[in-house]
Design a protein around this ligand. Sequence first.
Ligand SMILES: *Cc1c(COP(=O)(O)O)cnc(C)c1O
Length: 353
Amino acid sequence: MEIVWQQTTAPKAKPDPNGLGFGRVFTDHMFVMDYNPEHGWHDPRIVPYGPLELEPSTVTLHYAQAVFEGMKAYRTADGRILLFRPRLNLERLNQSCDRLCIPPLDTEFVLRALKELLRIEQDWIPSAPGTSLYIRPFVFATDTILGVHPAQTYKFVIILSPVGSYYPEGINPVSIYVEPEHVRAVRGGTGQAKAAGNYAAGLKAQKAAKAGGHAQVLWLDALERRYVEEVGAMNVFFKIGGEVITPELGGTILPGITRRSVLELLRSWGVPTAERKLAVDEVFEAHAAGTLEEAFGSGTAAVISPIGRLAWRMQVIDINEGRIGELSKKLYDTLTGIQTGRLPDDFGWTEEV
Ligand SMILES: *Cc1c(COP(=O)(O)O)cnc(C)c1O
């Protein structure tokens, strides 16, 4: 399929690289493609970034038949543009689509379209330390019939946003609230998909955690409110007695690409790892016994986000005296080093645009 390019007549001024924040400014162009049963995915185009016109009856606005992805393009010191394991994101996008009855995309075609969009927007990729261009591909149903049904028509869109360093003042471990009541996902639900509705469902707990002075929520399993699942929209790891433990993927946990990369790095370093059920009591008992060494979240936005404090019921514990752990720091430095071309890419994880 040929990708049509309609160039903007009103290019925007580039933002100040020191005040970028996250997902607040968008580049000049976006990629758009449509789906209907007659033509499949068709009409791929790169057009000026701008509003999408939708009828009020568009089903996605009512029933959230929508999925998304999150990835980044990095600028290397010698000016190249790198993507980090992009095929894994696009395969996961198709898995999310499958869960929500959305027709799959041709991942190789989408990668080609993404690279074409990135080449057009390359001047938007910031180069200051910690900055990158966040890539948000998403798919949503566009039928205008209010009955609950798998839609016949969809839109796939990619928008780009230059983002600042997640840690402008250096990595500071955050305080996390163990959520006793609300749950993020249930077995058989959509927890393993990047489905739009999952995030709306988590807002109430997130708001309460923030009001209590915490940065995020630690989600527990839905059946027993006992096993650790994720932290905010990140996967979670605990280092206990020299072993790094993360909850096993079982349908309720998002299979993070950062999570997978962390596990692969740890294994390559000979650090013992385990993917298993981890009860929150076990974490607090390990702290009491002095064997809880580190805890951190993992995800594309922050890469590694150390947890300095955990609050659960009436108990509050500090982890590693609220400082970033040695292994957390090494993982952060190694992952960001590979992503930005500062370190050799021994695993073949990066792909040049
Ligand atoms: C996106 C996401 C993650 C992290 O996935 P990465 O591929 O590492 O960015 C973890 N948990 C949830 C709920 C997410 O939405």
